[in-house]
Design a protein around this ligand. Structure first.
Ligand code: ADP
Length: 469
């Protein structure tokens, strides 16, 4: 994939980079610390041995003859320590056979150093040697000088450095290998998900996002699977809605066309018949409007575009306002609305959407109520004054127990009603459900076959003017 601005980084490369960086840092840190630790402990050991050797020989000189001292001094040579007794003029007195040349130091330097310290002995580095010097009781103001060649330490350190370099290279190789393995595993998982997502984007809803190896990827897979389900559901819904809506549009349109033709050809001159036929056209047009409104509302509430905008309002007045809109049914079609409404109840909710809820419930009660055409509406405060219960009850056929949970689903209509729909789309209660769920209000229905249904909503009661956030 080509990118124009900033290219995203590859997991493999980033992991490799950071692993190498970490490996180099750790290796250098560990090796530098080890190197200096080893070096300083070797230095300290050399100093100790030299001082110890010097003082041992000084003590030995007091008790032994020249030959023994000479042998004793040579004995240290195999440990890398050369010991000489030197006269103040630089002549090497002991061990026998040693020449001035063997001792590479300068006697003046030794004398000056000894004079500058108190305690009679001095330890100093000179010409790649570590020297210990002390005045000894060997006549003529002579000195004992013990020398340890620092070259031994240096070459040991060189060998150590060589090992460290090899170890460093091995650590880097291991880092490359580990980072490659991990990044490969990680990116394989991501690649699999991405391949599946491409298939999904091309419309294959049977894909399964699977990754159980890493928790984060497993979570992502779960999320993608639920996105797939949602997209599938929404696709199904749209197809189903389109099929149902177009089916439902056909009936009123056919009716409108048929009755319009009838008025033109038959009933145009007969006021009574014409009135009846015009009423059918008006009713069917109302059905169409209801259908279109429901489809618009359901797609709006489902898309979540319709955010809730709560405020405190007088629910009592609001309910009366909606009931008044149904007045024409009382006047023209003998409907009866029996109300039992407490005065001045305030709640906090999205007024417009609650209006839609009440309107849908009232509409259903009117549509499905029994022969007596009666609808009971009550709005009551709870005993604790904290809740308000709205109940809209009809005297219709009721809803069977097994249908009760279904009626809230999109486009669900109880079968018996569906064959000859009174008026409606099967979307009304779904809109009610989504709005009330978005408000977190309790709601429900109680229904008994042959006796009617009672839909209820539980509102919070709030004081009149307090606007809470
Ligand atoms: P519709 O637009 O068909 O009324 P709703 O979503 O409002 O759709 O209701 C879904 C179904 O629930 C209705 O088709 C009807 O079968 C049933 N229903 C809703 N309200 C009542 C009621 N008060 N009495 C009997 N059945 C009802």
């Amino acid at each position: 994939m080509k990118c124009r601005t900033k290219c995203p980084k590859s997991i493999n490369k980033v992991l490799l980079k950071y692993f190498l960086l970490l490996a180099v840092l750790l290796t250098v840190l560990v090796e530098v610390v080890c190197f200096f630790f080893v070096k300083s402990s070797m230095d300290a050991q050399a100093r100790d041995r030299l001082t110890h050797t010097g003082s041992e020989i000084s003590a030995f000189i007091k008790t032994a003859d020249e030959k023994e001292i000479s042998e004793y001094m040579r004995g240290y040579a195999k440990d890398g320590i050369n010991v000489y007794i030197v006269a103040p003029d630089g002549e090497v007195l002991l061990p026998f056979g040693a020449t001035e040349g063997e001792w590479s130091g300068e006697i003046d330097g030794v004398i000056n150093r000894l004079n500058s310290v108190s305690g009679g002995s001095v330890l100093y580095a000179e010409n790649s040697n570590l020297n210990y010097a002390t005045a000894v009781d060997y006549g003529g103001g002579s000195f004992l000088v013990a020398s340890y060649s620092l070259k031994i330490i240096r070459s040991a350190m060189k060998v150590l450095l060589g090992y460290f370099i090899i170890a460093g290279v091995v650590v880097l190789l291991v880092a490359v290998l580990v980072s490659y393995t991990i990044s490969q595993k990680l990116s394989d998982g991501v690649k699999n998900l991405s391949t599946t997502a491409v298939r999904f984007s091309k419309g294959d809803f049977n894909v399964n996002f699977a990754n159980a190896e890493y928790k984060e990827l497993a979570d992502l897979s779960d999320t993608l699977n639920s996105v797939r389900d949602e997209v599938k559901k929404s696709g199904d819904f749209q197809r189903e809605l389109l099929a149902n809506v177009s089916h439902d549009l056909k009936t009123p349109l056919t009716m409108i066309k048929a009755y319009a033709s009838m008025i033109r050809e038959i009933s145009g001159d007969n006021p009574e018949k014409r009135e009846k036929h015009l009423q059918v056209i008006i009713d069917e047009a109302d059905r169409l409007t209801g259908l279109v409104n429901d489809v618009l509302s359901v797609s709006k509430v489902n898309s979540g575009l319709d955010a809730i905008n709560p405020k405190v309002f007088n629910l009592t007045e609001f309910l009366y306002g909606i009931i008044n809109k149904f007045d024409y049914l009382q006047e023209t079609q003998d409907y009866k609305f029996m109300v039992d409404i407490d005065a001045n109840l305030y709640t906090r909710a999205d007024e417009e959407k609650i209006g839609q809820v009440i309107y849908n419930l009232m509409g259903n009660a009117v549509n499905y109520t029994g022969e007596d055409k009666t609808v009971y509406i009550s709005l009551k405060k709870s005993l604790t004054d904290e809740r308000i219960k709205l109940t809209i009850k009809d005297t219709g056929k009721g809803i069977a127990k097994d249908e009760l949970p279904e009626i809230w689903n999109r486009y669900y209509r109880v079968k018996e009603n569906h064959s000859r729909p009174v008026k409606g789309t099967g979307l009304g209660l779904n809109i009610v459900k989504i709005i009330l769920e978005n408000h977190s209000f309790d709601f429900g229905v109680e229904s008994e076959i042959g006796k009617g249904s009672s839909f209820w909503v539980d509102f919070p009661a709030v004081p009149e003017k307090i606007e809470m956030q």
